[in-house]
Design a protein around this ligand. Structure first.
Ligand SMILES: [Zn+2]
Length: 184
């Protein structure tokens, strides 16, 4: 549940899940057709034809992760026009319009991989209008890469969690500063 001071997490949850398939343990579900089919049907998109779209699912994920890694200014520039290009690549007949009444969108794809992608992109488009997308980060921790929503007031969070990656980085810095100690 979203806290009153966190209007972002719930809105972005499906996108964060999609972005984190890239670093899923034990494996990326989108790495195989079978995994991909399972992932989609788990999200209400039973897809007969997965093979032609699996690469697209991976490509769009890569583009969104790159956007989440880019600086906030770059991301604002990319915004909805960039998403429109991405949406066109999904061939889902997805169209965005940002007008005085906010974001409106239309979708022509049937249920399946393309519709799933279109749904994800619609959430991102909406989030980039509300400013929520600017709060999605990719953890720079060694071997981590988890996507998360920065819910801090100042939007200055770096790590997925202090316990998992923050402290590890702190220890590494401390070791680097201490002469005569060696890392195993
Ligand atoms: Zn991390």
């Amino acid at each position: 549940m979203a806290k009153p001071d966190d209007p972002w997490s719930e809105q972005l949850e499906p996108v964060i899940r999609y972005l984190n398939t890239a670093v899923a343990i034990p494996r990326d579900p989108l790495a195989t057709d079978a995994g991909c089919r399972f992932w989609l049907s788990d999200r209400g998109h039973a897809a007969a034809a997965v093979t032609p779209y699996r690469e697209l699912l991976v490509d769009v994920r890569t583009a969104l992760r790159a956007s989440a890694t880019a600086g906030p200014d770059q991301r604002r520039d990319q915004g909805v026009p960039g998403l429109r290009t991405l949406a066109a690549s999904c061939q889902a007949g997805l169209e965005f319009e940002v007008g005085p009444r906010g974001l409106t969108w239309a979708l022509a794809a049937p249920p399946g991989a393309r519709q799933y992608l279109a749904e994800v992109l619609t959430v991102v488009a909406y989030a980039s209008v509300t400013g929520a997308w600017q709060r999605v980060r990719i953890c720079p921790g060694d071997g981590c890469g988890l996507a998360f929503v920065d819910t801090t007031r100042a939007a200055g969070r770096t790590w997925c969690s202090m316990a998992r990656c923050g402290n590890r980085a702190k220890q590494a810095r401390w070791r680097a500063r201490s002469p005569g100690t060696r890392t195993a």
